[in-house]
Write a protein that binds this ligand. Sequence first.
Ligand SMILES: Nc1nc2c(ncn2[C@@H]2O[C@H](COP(=O)(O)OP(=O)(O)OP(=O)(O)O)[C@@H](O)[C@H]2O)c(=O)[nH]1
Ligand SMILES: [Mg+2]
Length: 341
Amino acid sequence: LFVRWASPAAPPFEIQVANTADDAALVQRIIAGDTRSVARLISRVEEGNNDNVPVLRELYRRSGSAKIVGISGPPGAGKSTLVDQMIHCYRAKGLRVAVVAVDPSSPFSGGAVLGDRVRMAKHATDRDVFIRSLAARGTLGGVTGATADVLTVLDAAGWDIILLETVGVGQNEVEVMRQVPTVVVVQNPGDGDAVQSVKAGALEIAHVFAVNKADMAGADQVARHLGEMLATRAQAASSDEWKVPVVLTEASTGRGVADLVEAIDRHCESLKLHPGIARREALNRLSARVADLSSRAIRQQLSILTAAAGEMAGKLDDVIERRSDPYSLSQELLSLISQPD
Ligand SMILES: Nc1nc2c(ncn2[C@@H]2O[C@H](COP(=O)(O)OP(=O)(O)OP(=O)(O)O)[C@@H](O)[C@H]2O)c(=O)[nH]1
Ligand SMILES: [Mg+2]
């Protein structure tokens, strides 16, 4: 490791170009929509391996045509049931749908993900539906980075619609959802406190609210409450700004799901009608992504430093004997990761 990184002609970032012929073939298979290659690359992306960067670079340049929709909300709100219904809706329009369920709240693929698999099993034979769980915790590059990379892969692979499910509206999910142009936040009736507690993060990221489990008492009340909060906010915004709609849904029967899909479509249309707003939001997403990639690189360099420091034991003797000093040693370490000018 020491020698590998020490060569100034080969900074860490460029060593990633592992096998360009293989990479080029992989890029071709992905953009041709080869599902097995897509699945395999997603697994590699999940590991956060740097070797993927050359491929992702190419794929990014070929992405941008998918409609990407985030579905967030508290555990058990009915997100997966909604996603399942939305798949039916989009398939009825002839659109091909990819689903990514990010599960940051559990360290390994636990019950919720298995449950999703069973529920989604009826789509398993549909070649125009792709469903994938992402066990994002423990991912080297972090949840946000891995998810953004997965979206790039699916987008480049030509899926019309990409649905991204994340649990909760904590800081991680807010970061993940910031990468998505249209975000649906799912809420439930009967828990006024929950509305209060999630509203900061939820209001920040939501383009559409779905009050799911509309068959249960209190759904109208939650919808009205949300509507009032949104109206207060809208007063301060310009007339061009998107007015966040609140849609009542009953995912278990499918009632209201067509309205939800329509609200999502309207948001996408609204972005097309207001290119200034669309551009501003795209710039926000991109600067967050670039910052995330940069901090990922810094974390990697830190781990290189830590590893190299561990191999410096011999030189530490020199420091003890005062033939060297900690400052020089630290300088020597830093020279391993500093980029040539
Ligand atoms: N009564 C009622 N129950 C619903 C509705 N939608 C979903 N459920 C039920 O709510 C439970 C949770 O649904 P999921 O779709 O797994 O919820 P989720 O938000 O994906 O859950 P996590 O991924 O674990 O956070 C299941 O038992 C569903 O059958 C609805 O509209 N009405
Ligand atoms: Mg779920």
